[in-house]
Design a protein around this ligand. Sequence first.
Ligand code: ADP
Length: 394
Amino acid sequence: MMSKTESVFFKKYALIIIAVILPLMILSFLWFSSNKQKQVHNWLWTAARILSESENIVDYGEFARGFKDVRVTVVCRDGVVLADNRANAKKMDCHANRPEFLQAQETGFGEDIRRSQTTGKKTIYVMTKLKNGKFARLAQSTELTADFLVWLFAPILFLGLCLAVLMYAYAKNKQVERMRREFVANVSHELKTPLTSIKGFAELTATGLITKVDTVKDYQGKIVRQSDRLLAMINDILHLSKIESTKPKELVAVDTRAAAEQVKESLKLFADDKNITIQVIGGGSIIAEPEPIYHLIYNLAENGIKYGKNGGVVKILLDGKKITVADDGIGIPEEDIERVFERFYRVDKARSPERGGTGLGLAIVKHTVQKYNGTVTLKSGEGNGTQVYIEFKR
Ligand code: ADP
């Protein structure tokens, strides 16, 4: 699947690169084509003029074969071909009605540009009358050869490639910068909400005007809950930043069964609250670091409970390098599935904090999976539970 930077790149910059490279290729092709035509024309005429002055051509076959890059045909007065360095003269038809021959008979020189019957290429023919009354015709194609086109287009394509790399790096940089700005704005907003509540309840109790013990206790309870939320969020932000900013260090074979059992134990009270059963099935091992893998399974199982139905089941299925966490809870609407891995994205903004959500759990899962070269896919449907599939390579 294409990453966000790649899709931005293709939408914005690839078109610009194509718009620069393609006209450049067409223009250079046209320029070199017309230039070659002029060059061939001048060269053939110079050679024809020199030939028209030459005396003593005895062996026409040898004379014709002496030319390497140019086709030479020697024709006698009535148009019969005497020699040709590219074809068998005996098998060639009479050239009496060729335009360049008719002109050369009248003025001493003749020229025609047409597609050659022998090579099928656009060719310039220049004919001259020799001193001995015979005619010599010089012919050369004006088309650019495949070799030449490779040499012509290779630097242009290389230029395009360099441009693409530079623009891709620029797009990526811009994307990272935008994401950083958005993240800072989101973090500030997310932290502000519980902090505002804490400040509000703390101020109310500090006035001394609220004397009812129950109300004071209620406010203090709210302060504790909001502080817990704040702490959870800061922990998740730090966790995410650690995953992103550090490279894998000590890779070991992580026993996924042991990690899942540990997660089950840690989440037992939370699961019991909703009468949810956590099942750990199968086993496997992954070459990674133990703590991030534990966190990954924890986040997914915790979501399974948070968004699971009372009395439901959260399954942690382990199979070699694969980890699947499935629940039978509220599920995720189809239009939100693509976005739930984004930082702070919540399907139900109002209810996620109530459930203790920070909006960072799946972002942490995604970045952990990427860090150890794995893939993650999520399948869900509203009311039909959620399954998260993870597969590692090693
Ligand atoms: P949160 O801390 O809010 O749970 P996550 O990043 O873990 O944040 O998940 C993002 C959003 O995706 C959640 O707010 C929730 O709406 C949805 N979600 C995640 N896992 C599940 C699940 N197992 N079932 C239903 N919805 C889920």
